[in-house]
Design a protein around this ligand. Sequence first.
Ligand code: MIG
Length: 727
Amino acid sequence: MFTKMQLTQYTTLYRIGKPFKTGAVIVDLENKDFQQNDTIPYFQVEEKDNKINFIYNMSKEDVVYGLGETLGALNKRGKIYRFYNTDDPEHTPEKMSLYGSHPFMILDGKSTFGLFIDYPSEIIFDIGFTDKDILKITVPSKDFDLYIFDSDEKLSIIKEYFNLTGKPYIPPKWAFGFQQSRWSYFSEEEVRNVAKKFRETGIPCDVIYTDIDYMDSYKVFTINKEKFPNYEGMVKDLKEIGIKVIPILDPGVKIEKGYEMYEEGKDKGFFCVDENGNDFVAAVWPGATHFPNFLNSEVRRWWGKKYKLFTDMGIKGFWNDMNEPSIFYTPKGLDNLFELLKDLEENKENAGIEVFLARETLLNIANNPEDYRSFFHKLDDGSLINHDKVHNLYGFNMTKATADELKELNPNERYLLLSRSSYPGLHRIASIWMGDNKSWWEHMLVNIRMLQSLNMMGFFYTGADIGGFGADSSAELVIRWMELGAFTPFYRNHTALNTRPQEPWQFDEESLNIMRDIVRLRYAFIPYTYSEYMNSVKESVPFVKPLSFVFEGDRVKDIEDQYMYGDSLMVAPVHEQNKKGRYVHLPDVKWLNWTACKYGERNMKVYEPGDYYIQAYLNEIPLFIKENSLIVLSEPMNYVGEKDITELTVIGLVSDHAIYNYYDDDGTTYNFTKGEFGNLKIDITKVGKDFKIDVKPYDPANILKIKKIHFEIYDSDGSVIKKDMTL
Ligand code: MIG
């Protein structure tokens, strides 16, 4: 049934039929020879009702990792996941689909292997839900590619996956700063005030987002001149104080005579069509819209050029939303509902189940599977394909339109680009945030787990809406979430329409002060964060890793709410209400604990491996530096790049020998690929009671401005030696 091609020592492609070219894989598979093949390793393959099932008997000790943007535990056993990109703002535990599809998993246990299915429509992973020991993957198609990664090492499986699908996206350095958003800041004045407030309160901030209400009647690529009389002036003025503005973009083009996007799209045949060849109609924010056919390269170019409206203003970041694509309703769906309601009205004296049915119909009118089957894309070769067959590629291709054009406009300039919907391959050109979570404590844990799973897919630059999107947030929840977010690459506070405001100053004075300390701590960590991020991309190792990717044994496999942030730092966020601390597992080595609140305050303590209750009051976040590794900090600033970093502080617990490879570059271009970056190889060896320090700089392009390094090196007994070094 399948043919096969061995791609590397570890990676084999198994192909059935004629798979759609999704763009996920960067390895050239054209005109290669496939061999005959009878079996798929590890799996029993079953063909049933035009579906293919892959079945694997799991052993007790098997752990399943991966699957990216999914709910549930980090170990994916015990749940069903359905990959079919869906805009669902209720992330409750039973849900099977979210905005992205990431069908890459690692099974680790009795045997260890990885698997990636490159197929852009529905795939179901039943991982021990229906039968607790059976992993069953169902693909309702006979045209797809299946990759098996045959290695015992989880990290080498991930490396193979990155070799196949490409390295993670690198944002500009300022993208590691704090970002503020809300649906919506309704006017230019409001945005300017938010910016001012950050500077007045001394809370560092790099980005403010404008959500859909900056547009004129939700028409994409327009600006509401009444509410935002001088959007460009606002962008320029905020830039003066180090704040970048990022607008949201939605794919649906409002049907309105005279509106440029509509007229052009219609004239050129750039919209998706229905079965009669008419432009397909679906309603989103502006009411009735047409969907651009992003699967066509000409349409992508057309759409991409429109970002010029913003790039001309100096905007360098974009937020592509609603690109599953989300559908509120179609005219057909609405007609069905009216039918039901008419029946209901006629029987209103005696209505029972009719009310229930009408409610269900109303609820299911959005993102209805029927609607996704009723429109088509015209591909580059002129053929038509039903949307359902390529559903999971829509957001990827919208975002590709953006990225391609940004690269064309400014080939050497990095951009911050977020998409809500995604597919493997998007991680090369942009990243995703975790969508519409809620202001629930439970969703902090979801955030922590998803962060680790997404990093395995190459979505290194990711994070959730800090404080929660839907529902009202308490000060305590926002504070705890700001602490967690300080240790996620994408750090943005965002909330929904009509929810309680949750900018750092919206609560009491004490909460404001705590949040200022947290954000300042985040900025102090940026030299470390950036350095580790860049090193991770270079080495094809996830930036955030589960403890079980670093340490052996059964115990660590159960730890899902602590994670490695870079190679040296383990983060254990407090994610429960009213807690003044938490249990922490410290595997294998000694750990230097810093339950941090303020950048300048140290309360360091050395721990032996084991399980501990670590106290962490509301203003404190438990951090742990791994034995014989180092972190680097700098003075916080109001925004990334406000000042040159002239002094670094290096902290570590060195019982023997530690090396840190500090990396920096200009933060905005790709010149680092031509060797224009700076490196400090910091080497610390314990000698008796003292430490020998050696720092080797590599800085041909004159990137590093560091004049002084402060060392705070701890010994296993908790004593510290401080030394300064002038460079
Ligand atoms: O369905 O633009 O996930 O971040 O604020 C609501 C309004 C549409 C969904 C995004 C959210 C954004 C909101 N959007």
